[in-house]
Design a protein around this ligand. Structure first.
Ligand SMILES: Nc1ncnc2c1ncn2[C@@H]1O[C@H](COP(=O)(O)OP(=O)(O)O)[C@@H](O)[C@H]1O
Ligand SMILES: [Mg+2]
Length: 417
């Protein structure tokens, strides 16, 4: 490890502040929670898709530490994204440069894209256990706990914040809409339509043309993850097939994953399909929902449904978005907001079961009485007294024998906590 390299990463040692292009002024909603976690001894981990703002949050925290009079040489940042290095090389060099005793001083150590550092789990554990005054803040673009080994090594030492692309609320704030304006439909709706269509990657907000948008998401998000990140983590033969699966899921949000038929369609072993889908999930590109379980399990019940992690992915692959397809993208928004893990299918189908309550997306002009059938069936069967329908415009509560069904426009619902 060269001294120059570390100094390049840690400009504040010399300048006394973080460059403004790095510590951007806009703070994400999760920021305060992360900041509070700094007082804990636990390793703070920020994980989530590429290009959603993990590194930016690290820089924002560094800037605030400096503003709060933390000695600027007690803050160390290193990114494994572009440079291959060992953790102990980094820390040893740091000690040498500043003549620090890691046992004596509180030192904040930011390790970006740590999953790229081979054997990071054991090294980190060693430092964590030996030097209680070190505070580690780490980030990763894949789930850091993918490997069983990581769990075993770092269990009880680490706390993970899972970051998503920008939420609708953040998107509005980023676009300088104040919270007290959130209730005005005519003001919010145009933003909603754009957000629902193109998703929450912050750098895309200012891209003007479709071509720029698609190039950005295609090259900097999808290609990087599919051709570089995932193959580095897992041994796999055919990264292109990862992309094919991602395209399939992104162009069919909510599709049922039928390993058998996918296996036939692509001439690949079922286990391969299963593994690849799992890689997409562990790198946060898709979410998988299972059929809500209570009652008998049939083959059909075992099929999962898959959604892309963000509508940017759907927009990337879909040449034209028709009105009724848009409803599927709204489903994606709801699934991702809730980090939902179940749907329900039993003849009829309910998009999301969340905390045991049914949620359906019906993005259409009018909802007819016949469309309450499945949700009522669910409520009756599971003795659940409340259901929710996310609508385009309608807002009301309807009382039935089975309980109360609330209708709420999805743009409004997205802005609730
Ligand atoms: N809080 C923010 N405000 C404005 N833009 C942001 C913010 N966070 C991220 N971005 C934009 O997104 C880009 C990617 O963010 P970055 O922090 O590098 O993501 P990650 O580390 O998750 O890959 C940044 O270069 C910046 O343009
Ligand atoms: Mg980063």
């Amino acid at each position: 490890m060269e001294r120059d390299r570390l100094e390049e990463f840690n400009h504040w040692w010399i300048s006394g502040k973080v460059d403004e292009e790095l510590a951007l002024p806009f703070k994400r909603d999760i920021y305060t929670k992360i900041e509070k976690h700094l007082n804990k001894r636990f390793i703070t981990a920020l994980v989530g898709l590429r290009r959603i703002g993990k590194t930016t949050i690290m820089y924002q925290i560094i800037q605030e530490l400096i503003e709060a009079d933390t000695n600027k040489t007690n803050i160390l940042f290193f990114s494994f994204d572009e440079v291959s290095a060992k953790l102990n090389e980094v820390l040893e060099k740091y000690k040498e440069i500043h003549n620090k005793d890691l046992r004596e001083e509180k030192i904040y150590v930011f390790l970006d894209e740590i999953q790229k550092c081979n054997g990071w789990e054991n090294e980190l554990k060693k430092y964590y256990d030996l030097y209680p005054k070190l505070k580690f803040i780490i980030s990763g673009s894949e789930s850091l706990f993918i490997r069983k080994k990581t769990k075993e090594t770092l269990a009880g030492r680490i706390f993970e914040f899972i970051l998503s692309p920008f939420t609708f609320r953040e998107y509005l704030k980023f676009n300088k809409i104040e919270e007290n304006e959130f209730k005005y439909e005519t003001k919010i709706k145009p933003f909603f339509n754009k957000f629902a269509e193109k998703g929450g990657f912050p750098e895309t907000f200012s891209l003007e043309t479709d071509k720029d948008f698609k190039e950005y998401i295609g090259a900097l998000v999808v290609d990087k993850i599919v051709y570089k990140d995932i193959p580095r983590m897992f041994k796999l033969d055919d990264p292109e097939f990862l992309r094919v699966l991602l395209e399939l899921i992104s162009s069919n949000p909510g599709m049922y994953i039928d390993y058998q038929s996918l296996s036939k369609q692509f001439g690949k072993d079922r286990r391969v399909i299963k593994d690849y889908i799992n890689y997409l999930k562990e790198s946060f590109l898709i979410s998988l929902l299972g059929n809500y379980r209570k009652g008998s399990i049939t083959t059909l019940r075992k099929k999962k449904r898959a959604y892309p992690a963000d509508n940017a992915l759907t927009y990337l692959y879909k040449p034209k978005i028709e009105e009724d397809f848009f409803g599927r993208m709204i489903e994606t928004l709801a699934v991702n907001k809730l980090k939902a893990s179940s749907f329900w299918k039993n003849g009829g189908e309910i998009d999301i079961i969340y905390n045991g309550a049914p949620i359906e997306v019906k993005y259409q002009e009018k909802i007819n009485s016949g469309e309450f059938k499945t949700i009522k069936e669910f409520m009756k069967k599971f003795n659940k007294k409340d259901g929710l329908i996310l609508t385009k415009n309608e807002e009301k509560e309807i009382k039935f024998e089975e309980g109360v069904i609330k209708l709420i426009p999805v743009w409004k619902w997205l802005l609730k906590d």
